[in-house]
Design a protein around this ligand. Structure first.
Ligand SMILES: [Zn+2]
Ligand SMILES: [Zn+2]
Length: 323
């Protein structure tokens, strides 16, 4: 089969015409890959920042076709399927996870082995190319927003104006703005340095979009899609008492926490990818509402070009490799 393979970190991805087919044992599944989104985490794998096994077929935003199930999306945070987190359906929190495309071969190939049928979500009639980024980018933002939904709805139910702030209006932040707009009555403020991204944020539903120095009102829920020290500091300053800050971005910022450092009873939490049931919820939402973003499709043999473009920021939408 055709496959794009990373043989060693920090070397170009090699396109191979006659890569061996995956071997599938009892209980495992095989899909024909249709499309695979290219995500920032793939760059971390390519850079050797993740202890991935090599050689590796990357790619964790995968749509394809299964012989019996038809069109599917792969749930990529594969866990051990035996621990407490996996039992609770939270495989993305499994301490022994082997995520597709990161610790096991993924979707930069014509075919892909999936270790269990539970990881195949029905795609229905969604477009497999534009839907592919929902598997990681879309799902990650969905879980992050999900942490704050009940908070926002209960403020609205009390007759007050609920307020949500999204920090970072890039790909994930844009998903977050759409979900907040569709699922809550909250006033949504987007914070981003870029005037272009501020304009996009307004186009897709933010009530206001401002730079980081703007004087914004305190919020019930703040979702930080960057996670830098400056953005976490802003979130801790702008969250209301009993409000919630959700950090998704992996910039690795650190802020002080404790009495006096954050408002009373404010809750600070991280959010990781999404659960298997949340993927079904998200695909259900995608059938009802237009939540996909613009994508640019490139053929599989241009996987390295896709990585170079993502790294340079030379993008008009999410990049998706197609077979
Ligand atoms: Zn587990
Ligand atoms: Zn990803």
């Amino acid at each position: 089969m055709r496959a794009a393979v990373l043989t060693t970190p920090n070397t170009p991805i090699t396109f191979i015409d006659d890569h061996p087919e995956p071997t599938v044992d009892e209980g495992e599944e095989l899909i024909d890959v249709t499309a695979c989104g290219v995500c920032h985490s793939d760059l971390h794998v390519a850079d050797g920042e993740v202890p991935s096994p090599m050689p590796l077929i990357m790619g964790h935003e995968v749509t394809g076709v299964h012989a019996e199930l038809g069109p599917v999306m792969v749930y990529a945070p594969w866990g051990c399927r035996t621990c407490e987190q996996c039992d609770a359906g939270l495989e993305m929190l499994c301490p022994d996870a082997a995520e597709a495309g990161i610790f096991a071969d993924g979707g930069y190939a014509e075919r892909m082995k999936v270790p269990d049928r539970r990881y195949l979500a029905s795609l229905g009639d969604l477009d497999p190319v534009s839907a592919a980024p929902l598997a990681c980018g879309g799902l990650t933002a969905y879980r992050a927003v999900g942490h704050g939904i009940d908070d926002l709805r209960s403020v609205s139910a009390s007759g007050k104006q609920a307020r949500a702030v999204v920090i970072g209006a890039g790909g994930l932040g844009q998903f977050g703005i759409r979900y907040l707009r569709l699922l809550t009555d909250a006033h949504i403020t987007a914070v981003d340095l870029s005037p272009d991204k501020q304009a996009t944020a307004r186009d897709i539903g933010a009530h206001e979009a401002v730079g980081p120095d703007a004087d914004i009102e305190p919020a019930d829920v703040i979702i930080d899609f960057l996670g830098a020290e400056a953005t976490l500091t802003l979130a801790a300053q702008k969250v209301r008492r009993r409000g919630r800050v959700v950090v998704v971005g992996l910039y690795g910022g650190r802020i002080p926490w404790g009495f006096g450092a954050v408002p009373h009873e404010a809750r600070l939490q991280s959010s990781v990818w999404g659960s298997r049931s949340q993927l079904d919820e998200l695909l259900d939402l995608a059938h009802r509402e237009d939540i996909t973003q613009a994508v640019e499709a490139l053929p599989l043999d241009q996987a390295q070009t896709a990585h170079d473009r993502l790294r340079s920021g030379d993008l008009k939408g999410r990049l998706v490799l197609t077979t």
